[in-house]
Write a protein that binds this ligand. Structure first.
Ligand code: PHE
Length: 394
């Protein structure tokens, strides 16, 4: 009897040891060759309708990872950024994020820019309990997917309210709205803007919608023109805004157009007919402008980015950089790649010196920052105004 127990115990021990070895083998083989690398996943629109968003963000993200590696990595381990192109499509975003988690064993996921794509992939990250940090998705619902979903930017209940205050302050009291009905960012932006302008005492005289990929907007623009608005809010992406602006002028809609961060692209002004074209003198809100913020971290970033890419970083690049740096900081603080502990470290982020401003993640895993209003002048954008949450009573 005693011998039998011993034999059973021995078999159990061997079994456990094998399981342990097996477990180790599994985890050490996850990084392909180099077992010491920490894999960070990124999904981005490198191609498709909003390709400038993904490429710009990726530059900032890659720079932050390269910087971290040049400084010795995280707790003695190097980082490797694995980037997947989602082709600007929500269903592909979901597929590639699943791959980054299950095949690449990413410790965390960075992305996306567009709210609709973040909202498609966030439930996957939440399901696998892998932290996701969106650099720039502003629809309030993005982080509602669960406690593993974060963002380093402000949300549209703030951004759209800022544009409403700005419109009101400029004397644009009677406004019209032209939104992309299939775009979660656009729909929420329009709703928040409309509510705030009414609260301030303005009116929404007309509202029309379009869909990404449309090329003829004249019927809706004619309807909007007949309401004689002081300004028209177009909370869309650069991919349509340029054409909308040109066609607005063609149908006699001369009022200034107002927008949000979705206008931020080197392709915005060319799409509107170039410098002095249909968007001249128009305004949009944004997260960051390279020459505006004088903090040392911002100026260092600007110099390093120009050196690396021979380009000026836009808000997307800056937010991509901030999201990745915040993740690196949380990995260091966590001292482990255990995803639950990493999640807790990200959630505890306080006063992180981002290039887009100080980042403290609140209970809903969002950041609170000021917004800028940029004015289109020639082929450049100029900072016209800025609003803090306090200034607009938030
Ligand atoms: N905020 C936009 C969205 O949620 C994306 C965006 C951010 C676009 C910053 C440009 C610049 O869809």
């Amino acid at each position: 009897m005693k011998r039998m127990v011993n034999a059973t115990t021995a078999a159990l021990c061997i079994g456990l040891a094998l399981m342990w070895l097996g477990g180790c083998k599994k985890s050490t083989s996850s990084g392909d060759q180099d077992t010491s690398e920490i894999i960070v996943g990124e999904y981005a629109s490198l191609t498709g309708t909003t390709a400038t968003f993904g490429n710009s963000t990726h530059r900032g993200t890659q720079m932050a990872i390269d910087d971290a590696n040049a400084a010795g990595g995280v707790n003695g381990r190097k980082l490797r950024l694995v980037t997947e192109d989602d082709q600007s499509k929500p269903d592909i975003a979901r597929t590639v994020v699943t791959r980054l988690i299950t095949q690449e064993k990413a410790v965390a996921i960075l992305g996306e820019v567009a709210s609709t794509r973040s909202m498609a992939a966030a439930p996957v990250c939440q399901q696998y309990k892998v932290p996701m940090i969106s650099p720039s998705s502003t629809n309030p619902a993005v982080t509602d997917a669960g406690d593993y979903i974060f963002r380093v930017c402000f949300t549209d209940d703030f951004q759209a309210a800022v544009v409403a205050h700005f419109a009101y302050d400029q004397g644009f009291r009677k406004v019209a709205i032209f939104k992309d009905i299939k775009n979660d960012y656009s729909v929420a932006f329009a709703a928040n803007f409309g509510a705030e302008i009414k609260r301030l005492g303005g009116t929404v005289a007309a509202e029309q919608f379009f869909q990404e990929g449309d090329t003829d907007f004249k019927a809706q623009l004619t309807t909007l023109a007949s309401a004689k608005p002081d300004a028209v809010l177009v909370p869309g992406y650069y991919s349509e805004v340029g054409t909308i602006a040109r066609q607005a002028r063609e149908v006699g809609l001369k009022a200034p157009l107002l927008g949000g961060d979705g206008w931020d692209s080197p392709k915005l002004v060319p799409g509107a007919g170039g410098p002095g074209g249909a968007l001249e003198g128009c305004f949009f809100s944004n997260h960051y402008f390279s020459s505006e913020l004088k903090e040392e971290v911002t100026q260092t970033f600007l110099g390093a980015f120009r050196k690396k890419y021979q380009l000026d970083p836009d808000a997307l690049a800056a937010l991509g950089y901030d999201a990745a740096r915040l993740l690196v900081d949380a990995l260091k603080r966590a001292g482990t790649t255990d995803r639950a502990k990493l999640r807790d470290a990200i959630a505890a982020t306080k006063d992180f010196p981002g290039v887009t401003g100080k980042i403290t993640l609140d209970a809903k895993r969002n950041a609170r920052k000021a917004a800028l209003i940029l004015k289109v002048e020639g082929d450049k954008f100029r900072v016209y105004k800025s609003y803090t949450p306090e200034q607009i009573g938030q």
